[in-house]
Design a protein around this ligand. Structure first.
Ligand SMILES: Cc1ncc(COP(=O)(O)O)c(C=O)c1O
Length: 408
């Protein structure tokens, strides 16, 4: 068997109990990934053996759960090459991480007239928090143009920078187009113009498809979300460079983030505790740690090779179907295939595919501005995960043939 054929065949599918129950061709991992047994066991294990609230209890259960929670933080930090676990703030998801930066760093360090640059392919999660700040503070927002092939125009970005630009926010891998952005180059351009410019990378899709090293990228903030990384919902990661987190005021107030409270005055703990008010998602953080252990055992590079082989296979098979237009044809692209058909609307196609046992996403994928850029309102999106197989893509092609017969 050739190496490519082996990469296509390999899918670690048996690690995912859902596929023992269902033969669904699950092609919606960019939206949320299925969970391996290792994650389910780790979460159930805490509840079955030593569950308790963390940080406060002197008794055995609390100490054990605290250790597991903090071990998960260390894993979440090491996974993206962070210098220390203290640079990782646990959030609910990627969205909350970006809102935290906007409301804490943004309100502390920006002023009216300052500029924030976003890319033209951001998820709403990396647009709306900055728009709220625009309404609150009068900062302005500009966007880096997206080329026809779905890549960013970084030359235009260089020309856009002005002394008023204080923050650049970019998606690492576009969930709508699959483009893998050169965030290291983007960060370099920003910092070369003004070393103190802050760069936030939305890694919600970034960490899933390739190895990430935040120190190598050179950014200041990197966010990701547990449920797309084969972990649970309700847990996300905000990584911030230590000195930048240190310069930020609390985002929310409550227990566990304070040193001393009187009715007149409160002093706050250092990061990351300063940003984790109240009881955190303890079981979910431990589940995320288990997901990271699981991925490290396989190796993210092996997963990337599998997805790339499948992506090539899928594109080749889909070329046989007439009337499809693909969005996002960047040379560096993750396992995300977004397309429209001249014979049917994405939502009709999605419903027929569901009847064929194929789960895809249809719609704007929370990226309305990039849909507008390509003059469409929706696409069909098939996205791959480590459990995806050639059979899933064959089922997609067969389902599309049926959809074409019915709608065309
Ligand atoms: C690129 C990107 N950014 C951010 C998000 C938001 O993730 P969450 O809803 O987990 O916060 C998503 C989710 O689809 C995404 O694909």
């Amino acid at each position: 068997m050739s190496t490519v054929a082996k990469q296509i065949e390999q899918s670690w599918r048996d690690d995912f109990p859902v596929f023992r129950e269902s033969g669904v061709a699950y092609l919606d991992s960019a939206s949320s990934a299925q969970k391996p047994q290792a994650v389910i066991d780790a979460m159930a294990g805490v509840m079955q053996t030593h569950y308790a609230n963390i940080h406060r209890g002197l008794y055995d259960f609390s100490q054990k759960t605290t250790s597991a929670f903090e071990a998960a933080r260390a894993k979440a930090a090491a996974f993206i090459g962070a210098a220390s676990a203290e640079e990782v703030v646990f959030t609910r998801n990627a969205t909350e991480g970006i809102n935290l930066v906007a409301q804490s760093w943004g309100r502390e360090h920006l002023k009216e007239g300052d500029e924030i640059i976003l890319t033209g392919m951001e998820h709403h999660a990396n647009i709306v928090p900055w728009q709220l700040l625009w309404k609150q503070m009068g900062v302005s927002i500009r966007t880096i143009p997206v080329r026809d092939d779905g890549t960013l125009d970084l030359e235009a970005f260089e020309r856009m920078l002005t002394p008023r630009t204080k923050m650049v926010c970019a998606v690492h891998v576009s969930n709508a187009l699959g483009t893998i952005n050169d965030v290291k180059r983007l960060t370099y351009i920003a910092k070369d113009f003004y070393p103190d410019m802050k760069v936030l990378i939305d890694g919600a899709q970034g960490v899933v498809h390739q190895a990430v090293d935040v120190q190598d990228i050179g950014c200041d903030f990197y966010v990701y979300t547990g449920h797309k990384l084969y972990g649970p919902t309700g847990i996300g990661v905000l990584w911030g460079r230590a000195e930048v987190l240190e310069s930020m005021p609390p985002y929310q107030g409550g227990g566990d983030m304070v040193e001393k409270v009187t009715f007149e005055h409160t002093t706050f703990k250092k990061p990351p505790a300063r940003f984790e008010a109240g009881t955190p998602a303890i079981i979910e953080a431990i589940g995320l740690g288990a997901a990271i252990d699981y991925l490290n055992t396989i190796g993210i590079d092996a997963i990337a090779a599998h997805e790339q082989a499948l992506l090539a296979y899928g594109m080749e098979r889909l070329a046989d179907i007439d009337g499809l237009t693909f969005y996002g044809n960047a040379p560096q692209k993750a396992g995300i295939i977004s397309f429209t058909a001249d014979w049917g609307h994405p939502s009709d196609i999605g419903m027929i595919l569901d009847q064929c046992g194929v789960a895809v996403r249809t719609g704007h994928h929370c990226c309305q501005p990039v849909m507008e850029r390509f003059d469409i309102d929706a696409t069909v999106r098939a996205s791959l995960g480590l459990y995806s197989s050639a059979a899933d893509l064959d089922a997609l092609v067969a389902g599309l043939r049926k959809a074409k017969d019915l709608l065309g």
